[in-house]
Design a protein around this ligand. Structure first.
Ligand SMILES: Cc1cc2nc3c(=O)[nH]c(=O)nc-3n(C[C@H](O)[C@H](O)[C@H](O)COP(=O)(O)OP(=O)(O)OC[C@H]3O[C@@H](n4cnc5c(N)ncnc54)[C@H](O)[C@@H]3O)c2cc1C
Length: 460
């Protein structure tokens, strides 16, 4: 959105409310005692949504006809697909470029399940999850598809583990007798706490969700191109700003704004196009499916009310979704994995000791119900994009690009559920100079000696 449009917005009541909230956000740290961080996030998001609903989208393209597109999104995982949908929904002429086939399995958004849960030790995330649930529901309604299966959410861990206590508190979870409730599926040690929020969990069908947002983006007028690897992003010529995006096939597109959502490739691409070092480390990890012991298959199924769960036990953070997409099997995974080069992964043995860690956890906590002999039935390689504090990076790239390039990255193994919220924010940042201010997701938090900033257990 050009400056002229922003000036017009300032005279509208909805925009005035939004802009005053933004300046309030800019004036106070997200940790300000006057306005709590979760409230700030939800206020910003809600006001942003309000603005988007209250203000007609038409002016967005008015000043940018000299560019091929208003917004060029690079990378069509869940974040890029949601950002393209959000931008196109506001009337922007949007191009989404993906390096591989659409729905390929080489990044982070493939497979058939991701957890959605509102139990986070860090209180800034549950409001995002709650908004994400609304946006998931909106997209389901708009597309006529179903991608989210709600489930109860179980969080368990040693009573002395601050993260599990905070996560349960932030989710409004209540302590339960897990053994009684789930027929002895879990063996919970003495001194552990187990808390359930009945509506806090769920399983997202990952591939279906990406497909849904791509289809919605196309319906709103976006152009989606696969096998289009972006090799360069340059500053637009002249004083009008904008960007020029080049692919390995020699195609060149101009755009008023660019959104970079390239997952585990972010550090490489951002370094090569902007010379900026981002501490986002690709990790090779795996989606693991384990055989349920005969006779227990239906007990561990989503439709029997079996929960999505997280087990906090430093250094093990193990999580699971109930049996759903592969009947007779249950997905139980470890949060983490060894560093990798996204272009040269060892798909056979690159996962380090992830399998052994999960098998040890199963043998201790679910020995009667899940089989570990022979290892997992299925292993699906995947990548995390890890930041030192496991918080996201959502920011303008700055430097010569100023506010013309915005990136969403470093989702640290817990981003999928937030896709619609992140996509919405990225599109807003690209299209609206009023923007949203999310201090704790900014790149400059890594300046100086913040590489080992404290990390609450973010889990998944
Ligand atoms: C095993 C595993 C389990 C997980 N479980 C959960 C969970 O339960 N809950 C949860 O919320 N999150 C979970 N996550 C995290 C979540 O899946 C990721 O945070 C999310 O998928 C990241 O999406 P993305 O769009 O940023 O990255 P990606 O999906 O990797 O998308 C980036 C895209 O950019 C493309 N690209 C790269 N370079 C270029 C280029 N130069 N030009 C054009 N395109 C390019 C890539 O091909 C890719 O398609 C899990 C992740 C893994 C690996």
């Amino acid at each position: 959105m050009g400056l002229a449009t922003v000036r017009t917005l300032r005279s509208r009541p909805a925009a005035r409310r939004f802009l005053s909230l933004c300046s309030a956000a800019q004036a106070c740290s997200p940790f300000s005692p006057k306005i709590s961080a979760p409230d700030l996030i939800s206020h910003l998001f809600v006001s942003t949504l309000f603005l988007a609903m209250a203000v007609p989208a038409a002016p967005v393209t008015a000043g940018h006809r000299r560019f091929d597109y208003d917004v060029i999104v690079v990378g069509a995982g869940i974040m890029g697909s949601c950002a393209a949908h959000a931008a196109a929904s506001r009337g922007a002429r949007t191009l989404l470029l993906e390096r591989f086939d659409l729905l390929h399995g080489l990044g982070s958004s493939h497979g058939e399940s991701r957890t959605i849960r509102d139990a986070y030790a860090d209180a800034r995330y549950p409001p995002m999850v709650r908004l994400a649930r609304r946006l998931w529901a909106d997209a389901e309604a708009e597309s006529g598809r179903r991608v989210l299966t709600p489930t109860p959410l179980l969080s368990m861990g040693p009573r002395g583990n601050a993260a599990v206590l905070a996560a349960a508190r932030n989710a409004g979870a209540e302590e339960v007798d897990v053994v009684g409730r789930w027929g002895g599926a879990f063996r919970v040690p003495d001194g552990w706490v187990a808390a359930v929020s009945d509506h806090g969990g769920g399983v997202l069908n990952a591939a279906e969700a990406v497909k849904m947002f791509q289809a919605l983006a196309v319906k709103k007028g976006a152009v989606v191109r696969d096998n289009a690897e972006v090799v360069d992003i340059g500053k637009g010529p002249g004083v009008e700003g904008g960007v020029v995006v080049a692919t390995s096939a020699g195609e060149v597109f101009s755009g008023a704004k660019c959104v970079v959502t390239v997952g585990a490739w972010t550090s490489k691409l951002v370094k090569s196009v902007a010379g900026v070092d981002l501490p986002i480390e690709p990790l090779h990890t795996m989606v693991l499916y384990w055989r349920i012991k005969p006779g227990h298959e239906s007990e561990l199924a989503a439709d029997a009310g079996f929960p999505t769960f997280s087990s906090y036990c430093d250094p093990q953070f193990v999580y699971s979704t109930p049996s759903l997409e592969c009947p007779g099997m249950i997905k139980i995974n470890y949060h983490g994995g060894p560093p990798c080069d996204p272009d040269e992964r060892d798909f056979v043995s690159g996962g380090g000791d992830v399998v052994e860690r999960v098998a040890r956890w199963i043998d201790e906590f679910m020995p009667g119900h899940v089989e570990t002999a022979g290892g997992p039935v299925e292993r699906l390689p995947c990548m995390y994009s890890m930041t030192p504090d496991e918080d996201f990076v959502i920011d303008f790239l700055g430097g010569e690009f100023g506010e013309d390039v915005v990136t969403g990255a470093g989702f640290s193994g817990h981003g999928f559920k937030m896709g619609p919220v992140v996509g919405f924010i990225l599109a807003e940042m690209a299209m609206d100079e009023a923007g949203v201010e999310l201090g704790h997701f900014k790149i400059n938090r890594f300046d100086g000696n913040h590489m080992a900033k404290d990390k609450d257990d973010k889990g998944l």
